[in-house]
Design a protein around this ligand. Sequence first.
Ligand SMILES: [Zn+2]
Length: 313
Amino acid sequence: MPHMDLSLIGYIITTLSFIGLTVYAFNRKRDLYITTQNSPLFFYVVIIISLLFAFLNLFHLIELFSGDQVSFFLPPGIDTIAQFSGILVQSVLILMLFASKMVIRPAKRIGRVLAIGAHPDDIEIAAGAALAKMRDAGYLISGMVMTRGETGGNGDTRPIEAGRSAQFLGLDNVQVLDFSDAYLSKDVVKIIRAIEEMITKVQPDIIFTHSIHDIHQDHQTVYKATLRAARHPRITILCYESPSATQDFHPTYFIDVNKYVDVKIESIRKHWGQRKKPYMKSDVIRGRLAFRGAQAKVDYAEGFEVARMLSAI
Ligand SMILES: [Zn+2]
């Protein structure tokens, strides 16, 4: 009977698809469970709905094979839900899975990191992959941006983009201050105070900041202010590589970011207003990671200069 055959094929496909979705969600649990955009609830919604519809369709499949004997288990109307809504629900679930940006939730906090940048995109461009990886490893990560980036773009939207990017990377918080873009050296004392306050608040074990080997005056100011602000506490200070780093930038500390290349690129893409800048291109980002990776004997790495390094023991 042609109608019967079609139903059979439909139920088999739907059942297998829902089981496939369940397996996929379980395999990606570490990613799905996590994310800053979706609560663990999302994971369980996917699993429960997938299993429910897989069961309903499987039930129907058995019914088609064995006659009508088992249908009394199901309340009226459930047949229709399984048959027609199943496809729709599945499509929605798949779209949700694709739309969810997967960031990994750390099991426990193993340390605290403070990343300091002069402008809203500095942290991501220089150390986005390392921060995402450290976040997944269990570090609590705070971001601090000195300006709204009004000289290099729109000072109203750039802080919002910085927030979106930080959220995607999995930063626990990011603070955008309102010092004058391109004129940070005027406010160096206030900037030192701001960093000191942040250090007191966050109690970081590691600080990421700009390098002195950087042609941008704001970057140099942030480097100097960071070292000044962190003069007393026991903190490791790593200096990252901005596109404006000079030929004298020589990293000696590398973080293997092989799995985080796309995460970094996506985080930089969140700075949509800056997308036309040459250093925002994914090829350029990937190329730099590959270059530093080659120096570190891995595929992709971010390189840092060590301003101060405390041993782990
Ligand atoms: Zn900058």
